[in-house]
Design a protein around this ligand. Structure first.
Ligand SMILES: C=C(O[C@@H]1C=C(C(=O)O)C=C[C@H]1O)C(=O)O
Length: 365
């Protein structure tokens, strides 16, 4: 067979595979629609069904990854299914998700990675506003950054958990790549100012010291905001990611300038919905302790004796008295697991206050 004929035959095969995929996706979407009807029918008149099931979605993605034999890798395959589920869920009910805006931020990228592109994503100007928007019921979920592998905790987010009653329904991790961006009119040899969010400036500190030691570093509300500003200025650059670069039509003069190549940010999904166990979960709690010797030791002991894996511990001022603290603790397991229940009871006895922020599936993607 000639190359030409072979290509034609392969393309014919791809066409007929696509037709089958189309049919199967449509069949899947119809099933999801029927699931919605069944969910709604099971409830008394006037009560609204919960359509989004994070524990089920985590299971579907993991199942696909287990079955996958290549040549596409697991992450790629799961991303495709993430989008299929997102579209199916939108047929049941389009989700509204608030994120730290403006458009083009890493938090928006995290929201789309977690929920897929069929959600309605709503930009908010500040972390606190996301909490308020979810509390008011204007959106079902919010996405907030909580920690960065280079720069540590996002204190605004932690403090917002002290002020609002919010359930954590999920987590998402995003690799953060920063680029130095300029606009059409920027004179690249005359750059005297670099805009970015304080966290991003910090994540690129060494690179800036080495390449632009005398340039003024200006912290602004977000990386997207930084990108927006440079458009109209000839002597400034922005540090931001791919989404902001595309959205504001900028070009990269240096790529991946973050000091640590594994630079990642973890985001939390906040809402009002408690998530049942999947068998591979995390739990987040806030604990306040009496200020006495050995308090932290007593707090951590039940985790140690029960072999529970702590993934994070963070301290913040409690805001209820000078030099008193609260601990944010993340660990592996679900609050409904008998072992975790026991541990939480012990901690409750030892502490001034214990608040379980939520149990949720570990990030799959
Ligand atoms: C179809 C369902 O509803 C939603 C859509 C899902 C899907 O497309 O697979 C999975 C979970 C839910 O978010 C379900 O609950 O099974």
């Amino acid at each position: 067979m000639s190359d030409e004929a072979q290509l034609k035959a392969l393309r014919n095969r791809i066409d007929s595979i696509d037709e089958k995929i189309l049919e199967l996706i449509s069949e899947r979407a119809l099933c999801a629609q029927t699931v919605a009807q069944v969910k709604q029918k099971a409830l008394p008149e006037g009560e609204k069904a919960v359509f989004y099931r994070p524990e089920r979605e985590a299971w579907v993605l993991k199942h696909i990854m287990e079955l996958n034999q290549g040549p596409l890798d697991n992450e790629e395959m799961a991303r495709l299914f993430r989008e299929i589920m997102s579209a199916c869920l939108a047929l049941e009910e389009p989700l509204k998700v608030a994120y730290l805006g403006p458009e083009g931020t890493f938090t928006q990228a995290a929201a789309l990675k977690h929920f897929g592109h069929s959600v309605i994503s709503v930009p908010m100007a500040a972390i606190d506003e996301i909490f308020r928007e979810v509390a008011a019921g204007a959106v079902q979920f919010g996405v907030v950054p909580v920690e960065n592998s280079t720069e540590g905790a996002i204190n605004h987010t932690l403090d917002s958990f002290l002020e609002h009653d919010m359930v954590i329904c999920g987590e998402v991790e995003l690799r953060i790549h920063h680029h130095l961006l300029v606009g059409e009119n920027t004179k690249t040899d005359k750059i005297s100012r670099v805009y970015s969010h304080a966290q991003s400036l910090a994540q690129c500190r060494k690179w800036l010291d080495a390449h632009y030691p005398n340039v003024e570093r200006v912290a602004v509300a977000s990386n997207a905001d930084a990108a927006k500003r440079v458009k109209g200025e000839w002597n400034s650059a922005a540090i931001a990611g791919d989404m902001a670069c595309e959205l504001y039509g900028l070009s990269k003069i240096a790529e991946k300038i973050e000091d640590r190549p594994d630079n990642s940010t973890r985001f939390l999904i906040i809402g009002n919905q408690k998530v049942p166990p999947t068998g591979d979960d995390k739990t987040s709690v806030i604990v306040s302790m009496r200020n006495k010797p050995g308090a932290l030791h007593h707090l951590l002991e039940p985790f140690h004796t029960n072999g529970i894996d702590l993934t994070r511990i963070e301290t913040r001022p409690s805001r209820s008295g000078k030099w008193t603290y609260v601990f944010f603790i993340d660990f592996i397991g679900h609050q409904h697991d008998p072992l975790i229940k026991d541990v939480l009871e012990k901690i409750n006895d030892e502490s001034v206050a214990l608040k379980v922020l939520g149990s949720y599936p570990k990030a799959v993607l």
